[in-house]
Design a protein around this ligand. Structure first.
Ligand SMILES: [Zn+2]
Ligand SMILES: [Zn+2]
Length: 454
């Protein structure tokens, strides 16, 4: 008998040391834009502060009652009730999803609407909130904190408008976006029009440190089904076509492909079906995988290589193959808008935080988010806010614990302030808006996401 080996922490230790070195010299990104007038920003920040108890209620109520993708009924209802308590109309069941939420407020300020992405008379910005949890480990991604930041920012802006309807121009949307984990709920909402007429979208995700920006990989789901011919594995194996052989060859080929992949590409496959008993040549085998890449075009290229592998394995074994992409919609990588990021950072500095720039944390530590799909439609940001010790990773029980801690309450409050102030800056500063739109255009403009991989 051989013993189970324990993965070495040597590489993680080195990564951590390198991150610390970069942190020591990193310069927090600054913003050349004025944003909102100081007095107005202070008023909005005070409104957020006044919501501390409500936001703590969101953090802990959702944390104690985690609901997974598309099952977030109680979480969504709680957020809608909170909006109602503050006199805000909100729709539960928006854009085709029963647990999605939408609400809207509008100012009567006398801006020009200049610099809007959509060319509308007045700008519109969406503040997003997630609230789905993970199976088994609960709020190990901290979406309960995201919910508090989004709803808190929106209520603070609504209360500001109630006191002075001319405080700012334009519209603010609150979008409760279900099923981020594995299901790309935002893409479903987008296809149902959630971002039509919206100029920019912002949200914040909890993490182990404050990061202004981090790499998020695009991601697709692939199911490959090999069909063979069953036969007696001893008496007449030559009369069979072995579907498990095909899955096994495909799995091996994916392993070999890795050497030729760009460094940030990820492919992780499992074989979920491969026969029932050894005496029967398997007539069906199923391989499921996630493919991830840093850019939309490299994800497309990776997809084509994986299809070739599936067809090659079928050809070698004389089996049939069915290739099914995207059981749930794909996620694109996140395209970060640096002009908006600068305002997020300025807001975080008011809160005593110093978000680190891109590149401080290794981009090999990357996951995926359906916010990527939003960020290729309209300008957006998806920064990270620290609520956990630096060595705690997302999707772990340790992170779930952090998501119910005092640090989570602090993150919810600072995150809400950051989103409210960033939205306020966007609505108040036409030069900022113009720069946001120009940067988005220079990065390639909007992408037709549903058609991209078709
Ligand atoms: Zn997650
Ligand atoms: Zn998450």
């Amino acid at each position: 008998m051989t013993r189970l080996t324990v993965p070495s922490t040597a590489y993680l230790t080195r990564l951590d040391a390198e991150t610390r070195l970069r942190m020591a010299t990193a310069k927090t990104p600054d913003s050349p834009f004025a944003g909102a007038p100081g007095e107005l920003a202070a008023a909005v920040e005070a409104q957020v502060e006044a919501l501390a108890a409500d936001l703590s209620g969101v953090v802990h109520t959702l944390h104690q009652d985690p609901e997974t993708a598309y099952q977030e009924h109680r979480s969504a209802a709680y957020l809608v009730q909170l909006l109602h308590r503050h006199g805000i109309e909100a729709q539960l069941g928006a854009y085709g999803l029963p647990t999605a939420i939408s609400a809207e407020i509008g100012g009567t300020g006398t801006g020009t609407g200049a610099g809007t992405e959509t060319g509308a008379a007045a700008p519109t910005i969406a503040i997003l909130a997630e609230y789905d949890a993970l199976p088994e480990v609960g709020h190990a991604c901290g979406h309960n904190v995201i919910a508090a930041t989004g709803v808190g920012a929106f209520i603070a802006l609504a209360r500001t408008l109630k006191e002075d309807p001319a405080a700012f121009e334009g519209r603010v949307l609150f979008l409760g976006t279900p099923a981020e984990e594995g299901h790309s709920g935002k893409e479903v909402m987008a296809r149902n029009g959630a971002f039509d007429g919206v100029d920019a979208a912002i949200m914040v995700h909890p993490y182990a440190m404050d990061l202004a920006e981090q790499v998020w990989l695009g991601r697709r789901l692939l199911t490959v089904t090999f069909s063979g011919v069953a036969a007696h594995a001893s008496a007449q194996p030559f009369m069979g076509r072995n579907a498990l052989d095909a899955a096994s060859l495909a799995y091996t080929a994916i392993g070999l492909l890795r050497q030729q992949l760009p460094p940030s590409d990820r492919v992780h496959a499992i074989i979920t079906e491969g026969g029932q008993r050894p005496s029967v040549i398997p007539e069906k085998a199923v391989l499921k995988l996630y493919a991830r890449s840093k850019y939309p075009e490299t994800l497309k290229d990776l997809s084509a290589r994986l299809e070739d592998i599936a067809r090659g394995a079928a050809l070698m074994t004389g089996t049939g193959v069915q290739i099914d992409w995207d059981e749930h919609p794909p996620s694109l990588p996140v395209r970060t808008n640096s002009a908006l990021t600068g305002r997020w950072v300025a807001a975080q500095q008011r809160r005593g935080r110093a978000p680190l720039p891109a590149g401080v944390v290794s981009e090999t530590i990357a996951a995926s988010t359906d916010f990527g799909n939003v960020s290729y439609r309209i300008p957006g940001i998806h920064p990270l806010i620290g609520i956990a010790p630096a060595d705690v990773a997302l999707h772990t029980r340790a992170f779930a614990e952090a998501a119910g801690s005092e640090a989570a309450d602090a993150g919810a409050l600072d995150g809400a302030a950051g989103l409210a102030l960033t939205a306020l800056d966007y609505l108040s500063d036409p030069e900022l808006r113009a720069a946001v739109a120009q940067e988005f255009k220079d990065a390639g403009g909007p992408v037709d996401v549903p058609a991209y991989f078709a």
